[in-house]
Design a protein around this ligand. Sequence first.
Ligand code: AVJ
Length: 326
Amino acid sequence: MTLAPITIAIHTFGRELRDDLVRDVRAGLRGSPKSLPPRWFYDEHGSELFEAITRLPEYYQTRTETAILADAAGDLIARVRPEALVELGAGSAAKTRLLIEAGLRDRLSCFVPFDISEAFLQQTARRLAADFPGLAIYAVVGDFAMHVDRVPRHGRQLVVFLGGTIGNFDDRQRREFLRRVRQLLQPGDAFLLGVDLVKDEAELVAAYDDASGVTAQFNRNVLRVLNRELGADFDVDAFEHVAVYNAERSRIEMHLRARAGQRVTIPLAEMVVEFAAGESLLTEISVKFTRDSLEREMEAGGLRLAGWHSDPRERFALCLCEPAMD
Ligand code: AVJ
């Protein structure tokens, strides 16, 4: 069997992951309120915990998005007719297979997975190459908040960003991200975005505070990452998992709350951090959208909502956007 070529381009040269971590820790733990970017959840153990989250009964997002995609993939491909499929934050690209299969029946010939984790990309690229002979794979290692402009062009493209990950950006980061995505698009190209929708508060909170405590472990894992990578001495169990819905800002906020006052030393960040009893560390926001709120943001970013695919209960949506004429 001959395999189609795999190319892996690495755009993170000169940037050590640990330097980014130190920078984020110094910026986030110095201020008040304290915060850390969600990106640092995902070491090997954290990625496993996230996989476990996607199978929780309370966490409807992954299975809902997969069902929507299974249903809509053919229509999406027929509308855009992409030659290249670009996936930002590809991870294991499990859901993307549905688009690849539909695309290959049309004129898709190239898949461009983009991810921060080179190890993950290597695995994904090899697996897809084996499963889809004839599909050229050009993997890009980079940070989608930063290197999106390095995505190579292989003809008409469908750029996808699935999983509701856009919810992790704050308003400013989201605006900037959409602006960069818009710059990737030429007439005929399209952008497919997975978003979690505003819904009943109890249902939202349950999805981030599951009965079996997997999300709590996932949340605390970021402290284990700091202990291992920066030599910190967080007492992981001294922090309580908290998930609240901020209705005013339409977002879930995940915190770690210090059960008692503590002092933590973080040698590689050259810091000593004090937590008061009950003090919170914000570890993730997950913004929830409505069709209206999205339409407004797309418009502000030079994009036009061209398709809306949702489940019958309107829990999650895939929205197809096209570059607006300027
Ligand atoms: C992968 C970013 C979509 O915000 O729901 C799951 C991550 N955090 N449970 C989300 C997450 C807690 C997730 N995203």
